[in-house]
Design a protein around this ligand. Structure first.
Ligand SMILES: [Cu+2]
Length: 353
């Protein structure tokens, strides 16, 4: 079905092909979802038929919204905090859309890899093992020495080998990590990437202490927020250097019919990372509301105020903050504002309750 078709030819063909493993636009026989009107499954909609088996994949895009990995924590002799992680690269088949399997390379078996979350100044120690079939690295976007850069010649790991990366977490912000072996676009697109969040240490930011505490996991100020990790990615399932699917946390439409619940009275913070390969940019557009944006998350005052759309090139990331406190309960869409990406999976709902 996916053979030699480009995604644009593919999109044209499904309208007439009828029985395909994934049906977009019109050919489905399922009943429309009465909760979601035109956006539910059924005739005339943009969606998939059936469901991905998250248990078989071994990861769930919904759990990935909040499954911060704070590592194994201990205290160093000098009083600093040490966070240790074990990350293994594996070859793994992942179901991207119902019945569509992708031969991924994955950190700890998941795409994206674990969301590493630390506090500014913590020592991060990552034991990286390569159980895959190609050389891989972990290249962190952060501050570290040349030896710890995770590129060919500095921390690249052959199959069956291992390497330990070590560096102090910083600067605070919303970052990422990915494999930097060559060819780079294939190693990234195959699934070797993940988010790396560094919370600010409030003691280092006396003038913006309240804002720093609201970002710091474990504080009551942080618990007041509803925080979500969203990694915008895509999948080239026929290896023609174009993506057939676009998503947040790897599964197209994962949050369209099963919206992300928002408690109306609590503010929302989205950690947004774009790792989409092949396309120059991706974007996030929020319906019926506006947000403040912190580019790279490296400031405690917004770099953009009162916007409803932000675009990111590959590896760009940022933090969105918004509130539905003044809104009536209901479904509020968010999606890529490249319409084609939205129709190929990057479309979702918040459900404000
Ligand atoms: Cu790699």
């Amino acid at each position: 079905m996916f053979g030699q078709l480009s995604r644009r030819l593919f999109l044209g063909s499904v309208a007439t092909a009828g029985a395909a493993p994934v049906l977009f636009s019109g050919a489905a026989s399922a009943q429309p979802d009465p909760r979601h009107g035109v956006h539910g499954r059924g005739t005339g909609t943009n969606n998939v038929v059936g469901a991905v088996d998250h248990a078989r994949n071994g990861f769930d895009p919904r759990a990935m919204l909040t499954d911060w990995d704070t590592g194994t924590v201990s205290e160093l002799p000098d009083g600093r905090r040490l966070r240790e992680y074990d990350i293994t690269a594996v070859d793994r088949e992942v179901e991207i859309a119902p019945g569509v399997f992708f031969p991924a390379w994955a950190y700890n078996g998941r795409v994206p890899g674990p969301t590493i979350r630390a506090t500014e100044g913590d020592l991060i120690r990552i034991r990286f093992a390569n159980a895959g079939t190609h050389p891989h690295t972990i290249h962190f976007h952060g501050i570290h020495s040349a030896m710890m850069d995770g590129v060919p010649g500095a921390g690249q790991v052959d199959p069956g080998e291992s390497f330990t990366y070590e560096f102090a977490a910083g600067p605070f912000g919303c970052h990422l990590y990915h494999c930097h072996s060559l060819p780079l676009k294939r190693h990234i697109h195959k699934g070797l990437y993940g988010a790396f969040i560094v919370d600010p240490d409030p003691d280092l930011h006396p003038d913006t202490r309240d804002a720093a505490r609201s970002r710091l996991l474990g504080t009551p100020e942080n618990a007041a927020w509803q925080e979500f990790m969203m990694v915008m990615n895509g999948f080239d399932t026929n290896f023609d250097d174009e993506n057939e699917f676009y998503c947040v946390n790897s599964i197209p439409f994962a949050f369209l019919d099963q919206p992300i619940r928002i408690e109306r009275g609590r503010p929302v913070r989205v950690y947004l990372v774009n790792i989409t390969e092949f396309d120059p940019i991706n974007s996030f557009h929020l319906h019926a509301n506006f947000f403040d944006y912190y580019d790279h998350g490296t400031t405690l005052t917004p770099t953009l105020r009162t916007v409803d759309t932000v675009m990111q090139c590959q590896a760009q990331r940022g933090i969105l903050e918004f509130s539905f406190a003044e809104h009536e309960p209901g479904l509020y869409m968010f999606h890529a504002h490249q319409s084609e990406f939205a129709e190929l999976g990057w479309m979702a709902h918040f459900e404000v309750v």
